[in-house]
Every structure is written in structure tokens, then in C-alpha cells.
Design a protein around this ligand. Structure first.
Ligand code: DP6
Length: 321
């Protein structure tokens, strides 16, 4: 029997960057994200006794199944089975967005594979399981505004929706500066920050101090404060990255151009706030009434390389006819 699941990607407002425990995938700080509606992964899992190894197809192409297989080992351990599986995934992320995300991938895989293995995990257990595949996947089990509690062991490091969700009509614009594969993966990038950046400890302390204010700002629909904290977390993360040995940055010239446009719009009274992950693309947080104004301001430079999305739902099992 084949089990299908869908999980949506998420963008962190308060970033996760650095592990306290690499084996258990425990983060150095808690993080807060928004799950996005229009970018998601659909994954089908079939445990098949006729297979001699795990197989993984992504967007119609056979992949090296090593990372998927390691993750399935954990699922097999929990489900007390030993069968290999066929995993088939489709990323519903416009390829040009450069958003191909391990978050939606491992959240969908955790949801589909655990069910296919006969497990009926709670959302918290699913979130802990997804964490073992990729940190950011911990949060993609849930829709809306989500917090990942860093925790101190396997049981205490999981995500959950914020108790008080923002009621603002939040929107995220994704500006594609480059659709190419990341120069340095998040996994390697954050390991290098931990190992070589003299600002790493300051990053951890300052980022953790943004968590409580962000929870309050989201609960109070304080867009200016949500935006300010979002930019602080992102820029501090990138500052810690720039100070690595050898020095490194994900910024490209057009990344700065997008930041500049956001600042210009803000000076005109438009609530727009920029954040970046492990790549040059810029995500802009705003609310629904300002989307068209921002698109008009950004299009002369970025043309149709801008997508707009609202907040998305929980990961779920889907039924196929
Ligand atoms: C910059 O979750 O991709 O997007 O845990 O090693 O798989 P691993 O890394 P990953 O890192 C995400 C980093 C980030 C910030 C964030 O999503 O919080």
C-alpha cells in the first residue's frame, strides 16, 4: 500500500543556524517561522518486500537514496519493520524560486513514511521525527506561525504552532536573485559558522533573546516589531557567516538591491521587511494591502522573479483517487 503526504515549506523569522548536538539535530537556539501556502512537497512511500534497497525518485528523476535511507532507518526502527521502501517526491516549488527545501521534503517524508510503517504518531512526535532529517523540517509539520523549542534532548526538541496566532493578513514575497543550487548547503554552512566564526556565541545569545519578543509581537499583531525582529535575526545570522574562516557570504549584488528597495519602501511608510536564508534570494514580509505596491516597486528590477504567498497549513496525509 502507498501512503501519500503533503508538507509545506517554511521561512524562519527568527532563524535556526547552528546545532548544539549534530547527532540528535538539536539546535543551538529556538526559532520561529511562517509556513507558506504555495510551496510544498508531495511524497509517496511504499514499503515493498520485493525491494533490495531503498529507492528515491525526486521530480521524476532517480536520486541517490542515502539521506532518505538513513531517515527511513529511523522510521523502520520505530515501526519495528525491516522492509525497504520506494519514495517518490514532487516539489511544488517553482524551480526559479530557488526555494527547493529540505523543510517540506523531510516533513512530508516523516508524515508519509511513519504512516506507511504502521505508526500513528502525534504531531509532536512527527515534528521530532522530521527534525532527524533536517532541522527546518521540524517546523513544517505545522501550519501558520510556528515555534521550534530548541530543547535539551530528543524528547524536548520539537515544534508547535504559536498559542496565539497573528491575525494580520501576512504575506511573503519571494524575490529570486538566483535559481542556482546553493553555493554552500545550510548543513555545511552552519557547521562552519559554529567551528570558525568568532561571532557565533554572540549570535546564539542575541538570537535566543529575540524569541520572547517575537512571540509577543506576533500575538499582538505588531507588524513593525515583527519586521524589526525578523531583520535583526537574519542580518545577525549573515554577519556571523561573513566572519567565518575563510570569509564567506550568501549575498549577491542583487540581494543588496532587494534589501535597498525594501528600505526605500519602508521610508515611504510601506511595511516591508527582508529576510534571507542560506542563499541569495530575499523574502519580504508584508501584509495583503501592500503586496501590489511592493510588486510595482520591485518589478522594474526583478521582473517576474517575484512570487507572493500567504500562510499555509499543517502537513497531512493526502488521499489519491
Ligand atoms: C537558514 O534545516 O536546512 O534556513 O538542519 O542541517 O538540515 P539542517 O539545516 P536546514 O537549515 C535551515 C537554515 C535556515 C534558517 C531556518 O530555516 O531557520
Amino acid at each position: 500500500m502507498t501512503t501519500y503526504a503533503r508538507a509545506h515549506t517554511n521561512i524562519a523569522l527568527i532563524k535556526y543556524w547552528g546545532k548544539a548536538n549534530r547527532k540528535l539535530m538539536l539546535p543551538a537556539t529556538s526559532s520561529i517561522s511562517l509556513t507558506l501556502n504555495d510551496f510544498y512537497t508531495d511524497t509517496a512511500v511504499t514499503f515493498d518486500p520485493s525491494l533490495n534497497d531503498d529507492r528515491f525518485m525526486l521530480n521524476g528523476e532517480e536520486q541517490n537514496p542515502v539521506a532518505v535511507s538513513r531517515f527511513l532507518d529511523r522510521v523502520r526502527h520505530l515501526g519495528k519493520i525491516s522492509t525497504y521502501a520506494q519514495v517518490t517526491s514532487l516539489n511544488h516549488v517553482p524551480t526559479a524560486a530557488g526555494l527547493a527545501s529540505s523543510a517540506s521534503a523531510f516533513a512530508a517524508l516523516a508524515t508519509a513514511a511513519s504512516r506507511a510503517a504502521g505508526l500513528n504518531l502525534s504531531p509532536t512526535e512527527l515534528s521530532r521525527l522530521a527534525r532527524r532529517g533536517s532541522g527546518s523540517a521540524t517546523r513544517s509539520i505545522f501550519g501558520g506561525a510556528v515555534i521550534w523549542h530548541r530543547g535539551h534532548d530528543d524528547a524536548s526538541s520539537f515544534a508547535e504552532p504559536l498559542a496565539i496566532q497573528p491575525s494580520l493578513p501576512l504575506r511573503m514575497l519571494v524575490v529570486t536573485v538566483s535559481a542556482e543550487k546553493k553555493a554552500v548547503s545550510s548543513r555545511k554552512g552552519m557547521a562552519n559558522t559554529v567551528a570558525t566564526s568568532p561571532y557565533y556565541d554572540a549570535w546564539v545569545a542575541s538570537n535566543e533573546s529575540l524569541i520572547e519578543p517575537m512571540i509577543t509581537a506576533l500575538a499582538e499583531d505588531d507588524l513593525a516589531l515583527i519586521g524589526k525582529l525578523t531583520e535583526l535575526s537574519s542580518m545577525r545570522m549573515h554577519a556571523a557567516i561573513m566572519a567565518e574562516e575563510p570569509p564567506f557570504t550568501y549575498f549577491l549584488p542583487e540581494t543588496l538591491r532587494a534589501w535597498q528597495l525594501v528600505q526605500e519602501q519602508r521610508a515611504l511608510g510601506i511595511p516591508a521587511f527582508a529576510t534571507m536564508d542560506a542563499g541569495p534570494n530575499v523574502k519580504i514580509l508584508t501584509t495583503e494591502p501592500y503586496v501590489d505596491i511592493l510588486l510595482t516597486a520591485l518589478r522594474p528590477v526583478f521582473g517576474d522573479r517575484i512570487l507572493s504567498t500567504r500562510l499555509g497549513p499543517d502537513a497531512s496525509i493526502i488521499t489519491k483517487e
